[in-house]
Write a new protein. Structure first.
Length: 100
């Protein structure tokens, strides 16, 4: 069980960084090229940007769940791994929100 949680936590952290980087690259490259309909406040570019943000937040929430689960199941083993993964995922979320 611990190895599954550790692998899921590592994979989740990898996905957070991939989606955060993808969202930032999208915002800097393609976002301004997508048109907004006349008279509308938001366009398809804003919806895609919102989807990137929602995916990053959902992955961050699952990272919290996996970190807490790993911390609960590893009483005597490495609890620092769950704390490091939690801090890395939180820094990815805050960095993504700050850059955007």
């Amino acid at each position: 069980m611990k190895s599954f949680i550790r692998k899921a936590l590592t994979y989740n952290l990898f996905l957070i960084y991939i989606f955060a980087l993808g969202g930032v690259l999208y915002k800097f490259t393609l976002y301004h090229d997508l048109p907004v309909a006349a008279g509308e406040a938001y366009g398809i570019g804003d919806i895609i940007d919102l989807m990137f943000a929602l995916v990053v937040v959902v992955l961050w929430l699952t990272s919290i769940v996996f970190s807490l689960t790993h911390c609960l199941f590893s009483f005597k083993s490495n609890k620092w791994l769950s704390l490091k993964m939690f801090l890395l995922s939180t820094s990815a979320l805050l960095g993504y929100l700050y850059i955007n």
